[in-house]
Design a protein around this ligand. Structure first.
Ligand SMILES: [Zn+2]
Length: 100
């Protein structure tokens, strides 16, 4: 009776690959400061920023110098100055068409 020698070879390469994959390294991202836009005063919640009409109440508009924009959908509201800018274009008289 010839006994077969069973050699157990550990798949070293597979183990190494598993170690290489591992867990994904989480990249540090700045946390959302949406909570800072809410203010609780006397049991009532007030918002310091305007909310986007397209995205809903939970999405706030970022305040810039001359505009407020939504970072989600791109909705932009331009802050109009106190003086409403109205470009009064002088009505150009149509040139009379010469009939031949
Ligand atoms: Zn939006």
């Amino acid at each position: 009776m010839a006994e077969e020698e069973t050699t157990v070879e550990a798949p070293v390469s597979v183990v190494k690959k598993k170690e290489a994959k591992g867990k994904k390294i989480r990249t540090k991202r700045p946390t959302s400061k949406k909570w800072s836009f809410y203010k609780v005063e006397g049991g009532k919640v007030s918002k310091s920023r305007k909310s986007c009409p397209k995205c809903g109440q939970a999405t706030f508009l970022a305040s810039h110098k001359n505009r407020e924009s939504c970072g989600k959908c791109g909705y932009t509201v331009f802050k109009t100055s106190q003086k409403p800018v109205v470009e009064a274009k002088p009505e150009s008289t149509p040139e009379p068409v010469k009939q031949q």
